[in-house]
Design a protein around this ligand. Structure first.
Ligand code: DGJ
Length: 740
C-alpha cells in the first residue's frame, strides 16, 4: 500500500494491490475527488482527471471563468451555500445565522498504521505495516473551524476507512448541524443500489433498485440503527453478479441515527453521503472543542458481491471485532427464552440445561425474567439484582449449578431500559429520556434511560459489574427492546438537546467498553428485539449478535442471506427452535432448522426435554457436526450461491482456508414434483482437487463442481422408492466435500 502526494500537481494517490483513491487540491483551494476504484498506475500529474466544462446556469467562484463550478466538481468535503446545490457533507450554523462554509486545504501528514477514534468503535490494525493513514487538514477561515480528514488504506483488500474530526479554532461557538463521515462523488450513475431493509422479525432483506436522478436513501431516526434499515449500502454495476463485476460497498460503523444517501444529479454524477443523520443532530462546538464523526468504510472489488462480502467479513471479523472471542469458535448454546418465556424456576432451568448438556451443548443462557420484580414485561427493568423467589441462591447460585454440569453460564441484560415499576425508577424518575410537560411514550411498557448522562451509565455499570464479579458468568446477551421517543435530556441545556441521540450512543459504547475491558473473557452477544441494532458499531464490542427474533428456518434463510452481504458468519446468532414456530407457526423439519442455523453461531432455543428420543439422537448428531465443522462454517470463506429472494431454492457454502473441505447448504422452500435435473455451481474450490461428496459418495474435481455444478436433483419427488425417505416442503441438505 502507498500514499503519495504529488506537490506540483497537488494530487494525492492512495493505493494498494486492489484499489486506488485519487484526490487533488482544486483550483479554488478545496479538496476534490478524482477517482475511486480498481487500482490504476500512479502518474506525476493525475490532475487531468478533473473534468471542467462550461455549463449554462452554473454558479462560478472565479470572475470571468465559467468552467469551474462546485455544482459540477467532485469533492471530499462539500459545504453549503457556495454553488454546490447537492446535499452537503458539512453544515455549520454560525452565530450570525450563516450556514456557509468553505474548507480550504492547509496541509497533510501520513501516519503508519491507523489511529483510534476516541469513544467510538472503528476498525484497527495490529501492526503499523497493516495500514497507512493520510490526514488532510482543511480550514474554514471565517469560522476558524478546522477539519482533519482521515483516510486509512489497508495493505490487504480493497478497503478505505474514513472519518472526520472537526475542531473549533475560532473565537465563537458554532452549531455543527451536519457532519457526515464520508462523501464519495462518482462520475456516473450506472449502478444498482442494494440496501438491507425490513422490519422486526424480517430484518435485512435485500432490496434492489436502479439509481436514478434524485435522492435515494436509507436511514434511521429511531435512536438505534434499526430493524428497518441497516447502515450499509451497495452500488453494483448492473452486469455484476455474485462472483464477478464492479461493486462498491459502504458501511457505517455506528449504532444510532444514520443516513446513507445517493444523489444522482442532472449530469448523472452520483454523490454518496454516509454518516450521522442530520435531521436529529446538532452539536454545539465551543471554541477549542472538537467533534469526531463515526467511521465509514468503503470497499471496492471487481469480484462481484461475494468478493465485496468476503472483504467486509475479513475486515470486520479480524479488525473490527475485538477481544478474546474474536478468533474462537463460538460455544453451542441453549437459550431458555422460547422454552419458558417468563415462566421458570431455577430447577426448571437446570432441567433444561441438563438435557442440553447430555446432547453436547456447551453454554446455558438465562434470558429475560431473572431480576427485580420481573414476572412479565411490565416491571423490573433497571433493577439488576436476582429475583430470589425464582433464583433462591441468586445468579451466583444458578451459575454454580450450571458450571457443575460442565457447562458455561450466560445471562441476559437490557441495560439501557427501565420500567416505571422498578426501584430504579422510583429513585430516579428523571433518569428517563422525556421532554418537559409532554407525555412520554412507552414501548413494550418500558422507557429509555438517559445514557447521555454519565451518572446513569455509572449506576448500570455498577449493578452489572457486581453480578459479573460475584458469579461465574461467561456470556452476556445485551438486549434493547424499544426505540427512543421524546429524546430530551434533563441534564443538558436547550442548545445541546440536539446532541442527545449521539451522546446516548456514546454512553452505550462507554458501558460496553468498560464491561469488555473489566471482563475480557466474557462473550458478548448484542441484540435489539432481534436484529434492531445489528450493525458494525456493535460488532466492535460484541463479536456476535442475535440476527432476528424470527427463528423460523424459512424466514431465517432470507434474513441470514441478506445479513451475509456485510457481516461475517461468526457474527450471526442463529438457533434451532421448536415447531410450530413461535413467529410464523410453520413446521419445518428438524434437520432444516439446523441446516440453516449451522451458518451462524448455532444453538437451541427450545426445551430439549420435549423432544422424542429419535429427535434427541438427531440433535446429538447436529451438535457433533457443528463441533467438527464450526471453524470452517464460522471462519472459512463464505459464498452465496443462490438467492432466496429470487426463487424457491437457496444455497450458500463455506470453504476452509486450505480449500480441502467445503460445506454446502442447499435449501428448497416448497417441494416440486417431477422437476428437471438441478445443478448448483459451486465457488471457491481448488479446480485441481478431487472432492468426495458426503451424500452421494461421488468424487469430482473442483473445476467440475464449479463449472458444471453439484447435482441437487431430488430423486424422490413424485415417486418414492421402497426404503427411501420422501422429501417434503422445507427440504434441505448439507453436502460436505472433502479433498481425496
Ligand atoms: C427480545 C430478544 O430478541 C429475545 O431473544 C428475548 O431476549 C426477549 N427480548 C426477551 O425479552
Amino acid at each position: 500500500m502507498k500514499i503519495v502526494y504529488h506537490e506540483r500537481s497537488k494530487v494525492f494517490h492512495l493505493w494498494n494491490d486492489s484499489i486506488s483513491y485519487v484526490m487533488m487540491v482544486l483550483p479554488n483551494g478545496q479538496l476534490g475527488q478524482l477517482y475511486f476504484g480498481k487500482r490504476i498506475h500512479d502518474r506525476e500529474d493525475l490532475s487531468d482527471l478533473l473534468e471542467l466544462a462550461v455549463r449554462p446556469m452554473a454558479s462560478c467562484p472565479f470572475p470571468g471563468d465559467r468552467t469551474f463550478s462546485l455544482e459540477h466538481v467532485k469533492q471530499e468535503l462539500p459545504g453549503f451555500g457556495t454553488g454546490d446545490y447537492r446535499s452537503p457533507a458539512v453544515e455549520i450554523l454560525q452565530q450570525n445565522g450563516s450556514r456557509i462554509s468553505d474548507f480550504q486545504y492547509q496541509s497533510y501528514r501520513v501516519e503508519a498504521g491507523k489511529p483510534g477514534l476516541p469513544g467510538l468503535p472503528a476498525t484497527y490494525v495490529e501492526g503499523e505495516q497493516e495500514a497507512s493513514t493520510l490526514v488532510v487538514n482543511v480550514e474554514d477561515s471565517v469560522t476558524g473551524i478546522c477539519a482533519e480528514l482521515f483516510y486509512t488504506i489497508f495493505a490487504r483488500g480493497g478497503v478505505l476507512a474514513r472519518s472526520i474530526r472537526y475542531c473549533n479554532e475560532g473565537a465563537e461557538s458554532v452549531q455543527l448541524e451536519r457532519a457526515m463521515s464520508l462523501c464519495l462523488d462518482l462520475p456516473d450513475c450506472d449502478y444498482e443500489w442494494l440496501q438491507l431493509s425490513g422490519a422486526w422479525a424480517r430484518e435485512r432483506h435485500i432490496k434492489t433498485r436502479k439509481l436514478t436522478m434524485g435522492i435515494q436513501s436509507v436511514g434511521s431516526l429511531r435512536g438505534n440503527s434499526s430493524h428497518q434499515h441497516n447502515p450499509f449500502l451497495v452500488l453494483k454495476r448492473p452486469s455484476a453478479t455474485e462472483n464477478q463485476g464492479d461493486v462498491i460497498g459502504i458501511s457505517l460503523i455506528y449504532s444510532g441515527n444514520f443516513l446513507m444517501q445517493a444523489e444522482v444529479d442532472a449530469h448523472d454524477n452520483t454523490r454518496i453521503l454516509a454518516g450521522i443523520h442530520p435531521d436529529t443532530f446538532s452539536w454545539k462546538l465551543e471554541a477549542g472543542d472538537s467533534f469526531q464523526t463515526p467511521e465509514a468504510v468503503m470497499v471496492y472489488t471487481d469480484q462481484g458481491l461475494n468478493g465485496m462480502s468476503q472483504t467486509f467479513h475479513q475486515l470486520y471479523q479480524k479488525r473490527l471485532a475485538r477481544g478474546s472471542w474474536r478468533d474462537k469458535e463460538r460455544p453451542i448454546l441453549i437459550n431458555n427464552w422460547e422454552a419458558t418465556y417468563f415462566d421458570f424456576t431455577e430447577d426448571k432451568l437446570v432441567k433444561i440445561a441438563e438435557k442440553a448438556r447430555d446432547c453436547g451443548v456447551e453454554l446455558f443462557v438465562l434470558d429475560d425474567g431473572w431480576f427485580g420484580e420481573r414476572s412479565s414485561d411490565r416491571a423490573g427493568l433497571g433493577d439488576w439484582v436476582a429475583n430470589r423467589e425464582r433464583l433462591p441462591q441468586g445468579i451466583a447460585g444458578i451459575a454454580e449449578r450450571i458450571e457443575n454440569l460442565g457447562m458455561k453460564f450466560g445471562l441476559w441484560f437490557e441495560p439501557e431500559m427501565i420500567n416505571e415499576d422498578s426501584d430504579l425508577y422510583r429513585m430516579h424518575p428523571d433518569w428517563v429520556l422525556a421532554a418537559p410537560q409532554r407525555a412520554k411514550s412507552h414501548g413494550r411498557y418500558q422507557y429509555v434511560l438517559d445514557f447521555s448522562r454519565v451518572e446513569v451509565v455509572d449506576c448500570i455499570y455498577g449493578m452489572m459489574a457486581k453480578i459479573l464479579r460475584e458469579a461465574k458468568v461467561s456470556y452476556i446477551k445485551w438486549d434493547m427492546n424499544r426505540s427512543i421517543t421524546e429524546c430530551y435530556s434533563a441534564a443538558l441545556p436547550s442548545d445541546r438537546q440536539g446532541e442527545v441521540y449521539h451522546r446516548y450512543i456514546l454512553g452505550v459504547y462507554d458501558l460496553y467498553e468498560r464491561l469488555t475491558r473489566e471482563f475480557p473473557e466474557v462473550l458478548f452477544e448484542s441484540c435489539a428485539s432481534g436484529g434492531g441494532r445489528f450493525d458494525p458499531g456493535m460488532l466492535y464490542y460484541a463479536p456476535q449478535g442475535w440476527v432476528s427474533d424470527d427463528t423460523d428456518a424459512v424466514e431465517r434463510m432470507k434474513i441470514q442471506y441478506g445479513t451475509s452481504l456485510c457481516y461475517p458468519i461468526s457474527s450471526m446468532g442463529s438457533h434451532v427452535s421448536t415447531i410450530p414456530n413461535h413467529q410464523v407457526y410453520r413446521k419445518t423439519p428438524l434437520h432444516t432448522r439446523a441446516n440453516v442455523a449451522y451458518f451462524g453461531t448455532f444453538g437451541y432455543e427450545l426445551d430439549l426435554n420435549r423432544l422424542t428420543e429419535e429427535e434427541i439422537e438427531e440433535v446429538k448428531s447436529q451438535i457433533a457436526f457443528m463441533k467438527k465443522y464450526r471453524s470452517i462454517l464460522q471462519f472459512g470463506t463464505f459464498y452465496r450461491l443462490k438467492s432466496p429472494f429470487e426463487g424457491n431454492e437457496m444455497a450458500w457454502m463455506a470453504v476452509s482456508g486450505d480449500k480441502k473441505t467445503a460445506i454446502v447448504g442447499w435449501y428448497r422452500v416448497l417441494n416440486v414434483v417431477n422437476d428437471h435435473y438441478t445443478r448448483l455451481r459451486l465457488a471457491g474450490l481448488a479446480p485441481d482437487i478431487c472432492y468426495r461428496n458426503s451424500l452421494s459418495g461421488s468424487v469430482c474435481y473442483g473445476d467440475e463442481l464449479m463449472n458444471l455444478g453439484l447435482c441437487t436433483t431430488d430423486a424422490t419427488a413424485g415417486e418414492v422408492a421402497v426404503g427411501q425417505e420422501p422429501c417434503t416442503d422445507f427440504e434441505s441438505r448439507i453436502y460436505v466435500l472433502k479433498a481425496e
